[in-house]
Design a protein around this ligand. Structure first.
Ligand SMILES: Cc1cc2nc3c(=O)[nH]c(=O)nc-3n(C[C@H](O)[C@H](O)[C@H](O)COP(=O)(O)OP(=O)(O)OC[C@H]3O[C@@H](n4cnc5c(N)ncnc54)[C@H](O)[C@@H]3O)c2cc1C
Length: 353
């Protein structure tokens, strides 16, 4: 089937990102069907053009030069809930272009457990397996059954099992070993009907504390509401009226280091916070390292700064350029490296730097 693609020229990309920086795309197309997606790749291939796939632009920093190729925005729509299995599992298949938080809300309203802690994360469904989104003790890899993709190498649609996706902390084959190869067109999540919500994260437990909310046995809806309350306090829910939410979320991954590196951090600043990982290494909060290195909440440098509510979020204070964002990122990374000898790695995808 040949699809008539609605390709636009010279489209500013900043409005397609939550951070609001980045120059224009030479060409831009939004695809709503797999056949259109395949057609868009054929179009690009014939013209030997670079392709950038985007979803909701909430994990992207695009350079001021923009993108000299074709940007494909994945816009497939639709969700399907299977009947519950005898074991009480419901499979939800959501198209890649659905708003992630709308999907989470629907699962919670349907009393399905598995995604409740991931409430309020911006972006689209197709972005969730890419960096294995996670928050408040839950990761999307815990419920993903399979991911349907367009395989650019083979030129065909494939279904990848959870194991084939190679999920780890903020990582999958989609952003590591097979980066650029697969375009996610839909994701199937396996959820528990009437299941218990996941409540292991200390901050979430405190928020749900019976004394505060009057809730003794929290439901998935109670957990969703609690997560949204916590996120709003940190400006981690996109809100046009909240300037601290004009970000790409957490800008740095929490470094995972050896016990030896942790001891060397402690020799510089006593009692660093850390979480022990199953493999024996420890995860040190990047926010703590950043604050100890002199970059505090509310720090400002020209048109960019650090959120007043969250020291991991670099924000666009209005009229920022991508160069300013990268300048602040570099200043923070250098300060942490100099003080603690630890390399911080950005969480958002940097395009064109
Ligand atoms: C305020 C705020 C809070 C956030 N909080 C969290 C959080 O708690 N936890 C967390 O993990 N993340 C968080 N994020 C980051 C971000 O929301 C997630 O990573 C989200 O899943 C990205 O989805 P997206 O559709 O916006 O992807 P985009 O930003 O458009 O793209 C990100 C990357 O994924 C690729 N991609 C996008 N769609 C597809 C597709 N269909 N197929 C293949 N590749 C694709 C792009 O090429 C790019 O490399 C936050 C961001 C913001 C702004």
């Amino acid at each position: 089937m040949t699809q008539e693609l609605k390709i636009q020229e010279n489209v500013e990309l900043a409005p397609f990102t939550t951070l609001g920086v980045g120059g224009p795309a030479r060409l831009f197309v939004r695809v709503k069907y797999e056949a259109e997606l395949i057609e868009a790749f054929r179009f690009a291939h014939e013209r030997r053009m670079e392709v950038l796939v985007i979803g909701g632009g909430s994990n992207l920093v695009i350079s001021d030069k923009g993108f000299d190729g074709i940007v494909i925005q994945v816009g497939m729509q639709g969700t399907y809930f299977s009947p519950a299995s005898a074991e009480g599992y419901v499979e939800l298949t959501a198209a890649a272009g659905e708003m992630w938080d709308d999907v989470v809300r629907d699962t919670v309203e349907g009393h399905l457990a598995g995604l409740e802690c991931l409430s309020g994360i911006p972006g689209l469904v197709g972005g969730t397996p890419v960096q294995n989104v996670g928050a408040y003790g839950q990761e999307v890899s815990e419920t993903i059954a399979s991911v349907r993709c367009y395989d650019r190498h083979e030129g065909k649609i494939v279904d990848l099992s959870n194991e084939q996706c190679g999920f780890a902390y903020r990582s999958s084959i989609f952003n590591s070993s097979a980066a650029g190869r697969y375009v996610v067109t839909s994701v199937t999540y396996r959820l528990r009907e009437g299941g218990e919500p996941k409540i292991i994260y200390p901050e979430l437990i405190r928020e749900l504390d019976a004394g505060k909310t009057g809730v003794t046995s929290p439901s998935v809806s109670d957990v969703r509401e609690a997560v949204l309350r916590i996120r709003r306090k940190k400006s981690m829910v996109i809100d046009p009226d909240d300037p601290n939410s004009r970000s790409a979320g957490s800008f740095f991954k929490n470094p995972v280091v050896t016990e030896e590196v942790l001891n060397s951090v402690a020799s510089v600043t006593p009692d660093p916070p850390f979480f022990r990982m199953p493999d024996g290494r420890v995860k040190v909060p990047a926010a703590w390292l950043i604050e100890q290195s002199g970059f505090h909440k509310g720090y400002t440098a020209g048109n960019v700064g650090i959120s007043e509510k969250h020291s991991l979020a670099i924000i666009n204070k209005g009229g920022a350029t991508a160069d300013e964002v990268i300048g602040l990122m570099t200043a923070i990374s250098n300060a942490v490296k100099e003080k603690f000898g630890i390399d911080l790695h950005p969480e958002p995808v940097l395009v064109g730097f």
